[in-house]
Structures are given as structure tokens and as C-alpha cells.
Design a protein around this ligand. Structure first.
Ligand code: NZQ
Ligand code: ZN
Length: 390
């Protein structure tokens, strides 16, 4: 196991009926709040009204940043920075999915940077401190609620980049599974595919002696596999939604990845798909992940044993031959996404009907993700990525 630092000071308020704790949590950081949210799901669900009423009762000043897009755009971040400066706000309250929380993180960091907000996305060293951030999460997927990462898109340049900073970790996250009851089946499936991908990206590593990380990742994957169909069948299944919510948080807060050398591959590839075509993150990952694992099996025999163990432990594959077991595990994952979560497993189904940009996206994935270095589980060339995508 490698050395690591795990610093995750987020105050997690998990469970139902905890919203009345919000004013006290926020007041620790100030009374002037930037309320950041997305395209309106929180208005439909009634969460917006509850939050605003609570804060008004306690005499908070609320300035709203609305319309944060899925795959949040740099323009929303710039607008948030402008509002914080104009109204001299103390704290950001993000209410929504990963996109809202990510935009809020970068607003929090960019407020203290004099230049353009896009600079801090491209170069995280330009962020030194950040405004405090509290969130109310409404979608189980990204893990942003307990980590220091944020991903922002620039549609003018077809770029989707991640940035990070210790100062960006939310001060508190309200995780009420009931707030995810209204998530559509499409977004529920996409969210679960995202969690599965986070776990795979970290699980497939070559570090010796990482039993804790391996076993925790397997348990979280099994949890997602079991609970997603339950949530799809009954969106108000509290236990299913709870397990998905907590799994999404634990899958990307360092618990599984710290101490195990990781080189993420599917995410850099997906980020190019989203950068060029604005597709839903989790759907892109559901399509890429099984194809990538098949590529690993075919390119590098030394991957067979680990992929076979994953197949046996997570997908209950009974097969002694490692390569065969590995292939069966990948098939099981593919069919799980396709049959159980009803994700259409082709790029065409996401609206990418032309292969025109595949070469460019493959080159950029290798460049931005360092895929041809020794970091990834199996290094990839532009041709390899192209084959995975076609
Ligand atoms: O915008 P609203 O109206 O709120 O609707 C959203 C949006 O249309 C809707 N939604 C969210 N909660 C809902 C709901 N609809 C009904 N009921 C609710 N309770 O769902 C749609 C998607 O929301 P979004 O926030 O985009 O989804 P997600 O949480 O999957 O976030 C995706 C973004 O996070 C990034 C992705 O790249 C993508 O930009 N990621 C962030 C990571 C991180 N910070 O650590 C890691 C991930 O790997 C990922 O890259
Ligand atoms: Zn992801």
C-alpha cells in the first residue's frame, strides 16, 4: 500500500428530516448566502421552497444563481463569481446534483482569483483559498459531496476539465435520500453507472497489498448492483436510495482510492465525449467501461487475474480459467447496464451519430488524461482509444 493523506473534513448530515439543521450549519460561515441550483428540479420537488422559507425565517440574505447546467459551463461559474463579489456574500449553498456542487466549488475558489475563472479550472494552483461551501445533494452519482474535485466545461473550446483543491471540500453536505426520489430513471441509471465507473477506475490498479481498498470497492459495487434496480422499480424506496447515496459518497471520497496507485482511463475518454457532444456523464461511462475492460483483456494478459477476481467476487462468475472468467465478468456488466438499468449502450443512442470527431477525441483523451503514460492500468494510444469508441 502506498503512503497517502486522507483529509475529508466534510460534516455529513445523512438522513431524512434534517433540513432544520441547515440554518445553524450555514450561520457558522455567515448570513449572506449564494443559493446555487440547476434547471428547476428543486422547484418542482418543493425543496427550493423549504430551503428559502427556512433561511428567510432566520433572516439570511439570499442571492440566487439559477440555471446551472448538467456538465456545468464556465459561464455559470463566472456569473456566480460576479454575484458573490457584487453582494459580498459569505457562503455558498449548492442545492442539486454534481453539476451544481461542482460549479459552486469553482465559484468558491475563483472568487479569490483576480483573473478569469477558467484559469483556475485549467490550473488548480491558481486557487489558494475558497469561500465555504455547504450543499444539499439531490442525485447520487459523483461523490463531489465529500471530495475536493470539480469538473467544468467550456463549450467554446470543446474542453471539459477537472480541477481540485483541499479548500474546495464542502464544509457540510446534507444527504437526504428522499431528495433523490424525484430523480428520473435515466438519471438514476446514469448515476449508478458513474459510481460503478469510479469504483472500477480505482479498483483496477497494480499496487500490492491494498486489500482494504479492494474489498471495500467490491462491497460498494455489489451494493450499487443490488440497489439500482430496486430504486428504478420503486423510486421512493428509502433503503435503496439510501444505499445508492452513501455508496456514491464513499466511492469517491478517498476511501477506495487512497493508497492504491490509480490511473483513470474511462473518465478522460468520457470527458471528451461530453466536451464535444454534451452527453450525460454516467451514460458515456456505461458505454466506455465494458469496452475498456475488453480492451485490457485483449491487450495485456497480466490483467486477466484481477479482472477475473472482480468477475467472480462482484458478478458471481463461476469459471476457473482467468481469461474466460474476465470476459464473462465484462459481459455481465454490459448486460447489467443494458438489461437491468436500461441504458442504451451505443454512442449513437446518445445522439453521436457521426464518427467524424472520434480521432480528435481519441487524441485529446490521450493528451489530457495522460493515457499513454505508465499511470493507467493499461496504457492506451490514440488508436486504442479510437477502437474502444468505434
Ligand atoms: O438541473 P436540475 O433541474 O436540477 O436537473 C438535474 C439535471 O438535469 C437533474 N436532477 C438532479 N437532481 C434531481 C434531478 N431531477 C429530479 N430530481 C432530482 N432530485 O438531473 C440532471 C443531471 O444532474 P447533474 O448534476 O448534471 O448530474 P450528476 O450528479 O451526475 O453530475 C454530473 C457532473 O458531475 C461531474 C460530471 O462530469 C458532470 O459534469 N463529475 C464530478 C465529479 C466530482 N466532482 O468528483 C466526479 C465525476 O466523475 C464527474 O466527472
Ligand atoms: Zn464520474
Amino acid at each position: 500500500m502506498n503512503n497517502f493523506r486522507m483529509y475529508v473534513p466534510t460534516d455529513i448530515r445523512f438522513g431524512k428530516n434534517r433540513l432544520e439543521e441547515l440554518p445553524e450549519v450555514l450561520a457558522e460561515y455567515g448570513k449572506k448566502v449564494l443559493l446555487a441550483y440547476g434547471g428547476g428540479s428543486i422547484k418542482k420537488s418543493g425543496l427550493y421552497d423549504k430551503v428559502v422559507q427556512l433561511l428567510n425565517e432566520q433572516n439570511f440574505t439570499i442571492v440566487e444563481l439559477t440555471g446551472i447546467e448538467p456538465n456545468p459551463k464556465i459561464e455559470s461559474v463566472r456569473e456566480g463569481v460576479r454575484l458573490v463579489r457584487e453582494h459580498d456574500l459569505d457562503v455558498i449553498l449548492a442545492v442539486g446534483g454534481g453539476s451544481v456542487v461542482d460549479a459552486a466549488k469553482v465559484i468558491a475558489g475563483a472568487v479569490f482569483y483576480e483573473g478569469d475563472a477558467w484559469d483556475v479550472v485549467v490550473d488548480k494552483s491558481k486557487m489558494s483559498k475558497a469561500l465555504p461551501l455547504v450543499d444539499i445533494l439531490t442525485l447520487s452519482a459523483t461523490g463531489t459531496e465529500m471530495n475536493r474535485n470539480a469538473v467544468i466545461s467550456n463549450t467554446k473550446t470543446n474542453e471539459k476539465f477537472g480541477t481540485s483543491g483541499w479548500e474546495l471540500i464542502p464544509k457540510a453536505s446534507f444527504l437526504d435520500p428522499e431528495n433523490t426520489y424525484t430523480v428520473s430513471s435515466y438519471q438514476t441509471s446514469a448515476g449508478s453507472a458513474d459510481i460503478m465507473s469510479h469504483l472500477c477506475e480505482q479498483y483496477f490498479n497494480r499496487t500490492q497489498g491494498v486489500d482494504v481498498q479492494t474489498n471495500v470497492a467490491e462491497a460498494l459495487m455489489k451494493t450499487v448492483i443490488q440497489n439500482t434496480p430496486l430504486a428504478l422499480e420503486n423510486p421512493n424506496d428509502y433503503d435503496a436510495r439510501s444505499n445508492l447515496m452513501w455508496a456514491s459518497t464513499l466511492a469517491l471520497n478517498g476511501l477506495v482510492g487512497n493508497g492504491a496507485g490509480q490511473g483513470w482511463t474511462c473518465h478522460p475518454i468520457e470527458h471528451e465525449l461530453s466536451a464535444f457532444y454534451d452527453i450525460t456523464h454516467g451514460i458515456g461511462l456505461a458505454i466506455v467501461t465494458p469496452r475498456w475492460l475488453k480492451f485490457c483483456i485483449e491487450k495485456d494478459d497480466s490483467t486477466h487475474e484481477r479482472i477475473a477476481n472482480w468477475a467472480r467476487n462482484v458478478w458471481n462468475i463461476i469459471e476457473e480459467n482467468d481469461e474466460k472468467a474476465a470476459r464473462l465478468g465484462v459481459r455481465a456488466m454490459y448486460h447489467y447496464f443494458k438489461d437491468n438499468t436500461k441504458i442504451e449502450m451505443t454512442l449513437q443512442a446518445t445522439g453521436i451519430t457521426t464518427t467524424e470527431k472520434v480521432r480528435e477525441m481519441s487524441e485529446l483523451a490521450v493528451k489530457h488524461g495522460g493515457l499513454n503514460s505508465q499511470n493507467p492500468y493499461v496504457p492506451m494510444t490514440e488508436n486504442d482509444v479510437e477502437k474502444v469508441l468505434l
